[in-house]
Write a protein that binds this ligand. Structure first.
Ligand SMILES: CC(C)(COP(=O)(O)OP(=O)(O)OC[C@H]1O[C@@H](n2cnc3c(N)ncnc32)[C@H](O)[C@@H]1OP(=O)(O)O)[C@@H](O)C(=O)NCCC(=O)NCCS
Length: 154
């Protein structure tokens, strides 16, 4: 696959360390428990697949995925609040499915908070099915929250 892929209104391309400030700005606007700059940098250095979705205005979203022994694991997907509900996450996920196929993965896995209705709707649209639960996986305001494990054949 080419290193720049156009899907609809944005184009997806691999991220590098010089993109991390923009990634962090979106991350911090989006999550109550955001990843740090160091976590993103280690993901890049570990060779994880990190792709950005670029709109006319710059970075609009990103996704981090690891692939090993036939399984692609989405570790983070996030879209700038100013660009949501315009199909960016769907386009990023289709891009990551292509990348997973290139790595000969046969399954894509991810975790989601049951309370994250927007993300659950996104994954449902893509055809993910719940295959398990990690009890108390996430930190939360009222104690821990479970993670639902979702899977999709690649
Ligand atoms: C979840 C997230 C990635 C979705 O990004 P997005 O670019 O807005 O999603 P899309 O526009 O591609 O949405 C595709 C479909 O998913 C569903 N969807 C996405 N966000 C939704 C929401 N907030 N409420 C209901 N459905 C939603 C809809 O079916 C939508 O299609 P539609 O807009 O035609 O109805 C984004 O809200 C986000 O970054 N949230 C914060 C980080 C996060 O929670 N990441 C997921 C962790 S598991």
């Amino acid at each position: 696959m080419s290193a720049v892929v156009g899907y609809g209104d944005c184009c997806c391309r691999p991220l590098a360390e010089e993109n991390l400030e923009q990634v962090l700005a979106i991350e911090q606007r989006s999550y109550e428990y955001p990843w740090t700059h160091g976590v993103f940098r280690e993901c890049l250095r570990a060779g994880y697949c990190m792709w950005g979705a670029f709109a006319d205005t710059g970075l609009a979203g990103y996704c981090v995925m690891s692939v090993a022994v036939g399984e692609a694991h989405i570790l983070n997907i996030c879209v700038d609040p100013d660009h949501r509900r315009s199909g960016i996450a769907i386009q990023l996920m289709h891009n990551m499915l292509d990348v997973a196929r290139e790595h000969t993965a046969d399954t894509m896995l991810l975790e989601v908070r049951p309370s994250n209705r927007g993300a659950r709707a996104l994954y449902q649209t893509l055809g993910f099915r719940r295959v398990g639960v990690r009890t108390g996986y996430y930190p939360g305001r009222d104690g821990r929250e479970d993670a639902w494990i979702l899977a999709l054949p690649v």
